[in-house]
Design a binder for this molecule. Structure first.
Ligand SMILES: [Zn+2]
Length: 132
């Protein structure tokens, strides 16, 4: 993790060891295949609090990602310093363009924007990191 900035947007990588049928809040029930997931989020209020929250196992479910992180293992988080909320969806578009990306749960983490989803599934973890 590079702490070159205090706030911005981020990519969180997860591995799901076994397929899981999960209820994602009001979004619905989805069958998540085993494999890798990249999630794009923003932490314009500060990285520290948001990352600590993602790492916490027991918490009140609030965001879509909270439901997936109950079952998936967090692999890494890449931080991209910015003040702009628009960079979250720009970074998301970059992740969606990585080879093999697929959407399992439409609108996941993307309730307030026009992206298909802020969660992207990969059978194999992409070797390259997305660029903002
Ligand atoms: Zn978006």
């Amino acid at each position: 993790m590079h702490h070159t900035a205090e706030k911005g947007v981020y990519v969180l990588a997860m591995q799901l060891q076994r397929p899981a049928r999960l209820t994602v809040g009001h979004l619905g029930v989805f069958d998540f295949p085993r494999g890798y997931y990249l999630y794009v989020g923003s932490a314009l209020g500060g990285f520290a609090g948001r990352i600590n929250r993602h790492l916490k196992r027991k918490k009140k479910m609030r965001w879509h990602i909270d439901y997936l992180l109950e079952k998936a293992d967090l692999l890494w988080i890449d931080l991209y310093g910015t003040d702009s909320h628009a960079d979250e969806c720009r970074l998301n578009a970059s992740v969606a363009c990585l080879p093999g990306a697929a959407v399992i749960a439409p609108h996941f983490g993307a309730s307030d924007c026009k992206c298909d989803s802020h969660l992207h599934y990969f059978e194999e973890l992409p070797p390259e990191r997305p660029r903002l």
